[in-house]
Design a protein around this ligand. Structure first.
Ligand code: NAD
Ligand code: MG
Ligand code: MG
Length: 334
């Protein structure tokens, strides 16, 4: 197995006396800022004037500055803005304030890998990319656990970039689970592939399609929701805990036999070929170009699809059924 760093192996002193700026206070931003603050580091949150997140960050006891001022004040600058906004904020607020020896950090390699941001040579550039949603990075930390992260060093000007990256990963709680080394290229391509083919695109379509087949055949949507969406979490929790073996140990023999008979009728050779096509589009820049063009034209498709998807019957019935489970509180996003 490839080396995975745990807390005891991270030189946590590498961040001592340094100011860490967290740019953005969204899904990842709030989690990194709060976790690093709780780990005893000197954190400042960088936001644009008029950001609604200012009040939230201040209420959490964090210092907030305008983006440019935060970059100026910090030794380590973690960019947790939406990927599509990073290049313009970089030009305007970050680059002019990047003096020699500072460290610029990312939680996803998109902008560096596709060269939307080209950093100066006299700084460190590293990545800590949590393998989980920002809200989980925070909730696991609060439980004394951690979400594993990938780390990568793109530029090591000071000779300390790796130590700083590992200390940062430990500071957000990831070294409790493990820090795995990678490159900006590998992280960017695997992260985009995972979210498109498996975790978000693949799983969402799988659940929706199962729901549609059942309801179109006349079964109750409530029943179809429990079957195809609600139970997904319970099954995935078992996989998370003990792999496919634990899941298959826990389900009935009938379910296990059905799994072996039918899984490959759903995920076919054609599906695998489609996944290879998705990976190719990521590797050759086709997807990145398409996404950046979508952003230049005001994210019209993104907004339209968001609206249409929220009207899908599985979302409508799901909201009603989740409302019956008092312990299932929706997360207040932003
Ligand atoms: P987000 O959309 O949840 O939050 C972005 C934040 O940036 C918000 O607080 C927003 O107000 C702020 N912002 C927007 N424009 C700004 C500006 N001009 N100046 C200052 N602040 C501005 O973003 P996110 O999903 O947390 O993603 C941040 C980074 O983390 C991305 O690189 C993403 O790929 C990466 N990442 C995200 C997740 C995740 O769980 N969401 C997981 C791994 C990596
Ligand atoms: Mg990811
Ligand atoms: Mg991603």
């Amino acid at each position: 197995m490839k080396k995975v760093y745990k807390e005891a192996e991270c030189a946590t002193g590498a961040l001592d006396g340094k100011v860490i700026a967290i740019l953005g206070y969204g899904s990842q931003g709030h989690a990194h800022a709060k976790n690093l603050h709780d780990s005893g580091y000197d954190v400042v949150v960088g936001l644009y004037e008029g950001s609604k997140s200012r009040a939230k960050a201040e209420a959490a006891g964090l210092k907030v500055l305008d983006t440019a001022a935060a970059v100026k004040a910090a030794d380590v600058i973690m960019v947790l803005l939406p990927d599509e906004k990073q290049a313009s904020v970089y030009k305007q607020d970050i680059e002019p304030n990047l003096t020699e020896g500072k460290a610029l950090a990312f939680a996803h390699g998109f902008n560096i890998h596709y060269q939307c941001i080209i950093p100066p040579e006299n700084i460190d550039v590293f990545m800590i990319a949590p393998k989980g949603p920002g809200h989980t990075v925070r909730s696991e930390f609060e439980l004394g656990h951690g979400v594993p992260s990938l780390y990568a060093v793109y530029q090591d000007y000071t000779g300390h970039a790796m130590d700083i990256a590992l200390a940062y990963g430990a500071g957000i709680g990831s070294a409790r689970a493990g820090l795995l080394g990678t490159t900006f290229r590998e992280e960017t391509e695997t992260d985009l592939f995972g979210e498109q083919a498996v975790l978000c695109g693949g799983v969402a379509e799988l659940m929706k399609t199962g729901f549609e087949v059942l309801t179109e055949a006349g079964y109750d949507p409530e029943n179809a929701y429990y079957e195809c969406m609600h139970e997904m979490k319970l099954i995935v929790d078992l996989v998370y805990q003990g792999g496919l073996s634990l899941m298959r140990y826990s389900i009935s023999n009938t379910a296990e036999y059905g799994d072996y008979c039918s899984g490959r009728r759903v995920i076919t050779a054609e599906t695998k070929e489609a996944m290879r096509g998705i990976l190719k589009d990521i590797q050759d820049g086709t997807f990145a170009t398409q996404w950046l063009q979508e952003c230049q034209s005001g994210q019209i498709t993104l907004k339209a699809r968001r609206r249409l998807e929220s009207q899908h019957p599985v979302e409508v019935v799901g909201k009603q059924l989740r409302g019956l489970m008092s312990w299932n509180h929706a997360i207040d996003v932003e």
